[in-house]
Design a protein around this ligand. Structure first.
Ligand code: FES
Ligand code: FES
Length: 163
């Protein structure tokens, strides 16, 4: 896998320095350093469970090598809730939208980016398309989509990505 290198990055607002191989997936680093709200699902970029923000953009942390995360800001669901739950997180809790909840961290990161960047109420079809790559073995998509649509109605265009 090659020689270890040092990678500076910021995780949920905290600067960290990680020594690892350049190809090590960001997901492995996050979980090894205690960011266990980030889920390890397929490990192959197929299920969406491991989704985090990289500079505010949702990415699969399982197929994000460390070399490409270096010098950038990573946000997990914990970071998203640092100043109180994001409206998407609140809505999913209030709607009791999850069952086992394994998929939800990834869905939250995708949906929060969508809601923050929207400038009005989101049609359910647009939310469904955004969540298309997020697998849920419990089948909660209907409840999640309805809750997110309601958030976008109540909090349209939150602030273009900044809360
Ligand atoms: S664990 Fe990353 S997409 Fe499934
Ligand atoms: S709520 Fe169980 S996998 Fe989605």
């Amino acid at each position: 896998m090659g020689v270890e290198e040092d990678f500076p990055l910021e995780i949920d607002g905290t600067p960290v320095q990680i020594s690892t191989h350049p190809q090590t997936p960001l997901l492995w680093i996050l979980r090894e350093h205690g960011y266990t709200s980030v889920r390890y699902g397929c490990g192959a970029g197929l299920c969406g469970a491991c989704t985090v923000w990289l500079d505010g953009v949702p990415v699969h942390s399982c197929d994000t090598p460390m070399w490409s995360a270096a010098g950038r800001n990573v946000t997990t669901t914990a970071g998203l809730a640092a100043q109180g739950p994001h409206p998407v997180q609140r809505a999913l809790i209030e709607a009791q939208a999850g069952q086992c909840g394994f998929c939800l961290a990834g869905m939250v990161m995708r949906a929060a980016a969508l809601v923050d960047q929207s400038d009005g109420e989101l049609p359910e079809s647009e939310i469904a398309t955004a969540l298309n790559g997020h697998l849920c073995r419990c089948g909660v998509h209907r409840r999640v989509i309805a809750a997110i649509a309601e958030v976008s109605r109540v909090h349209p265009g939150q602030s273009g990505g900044q809360r």
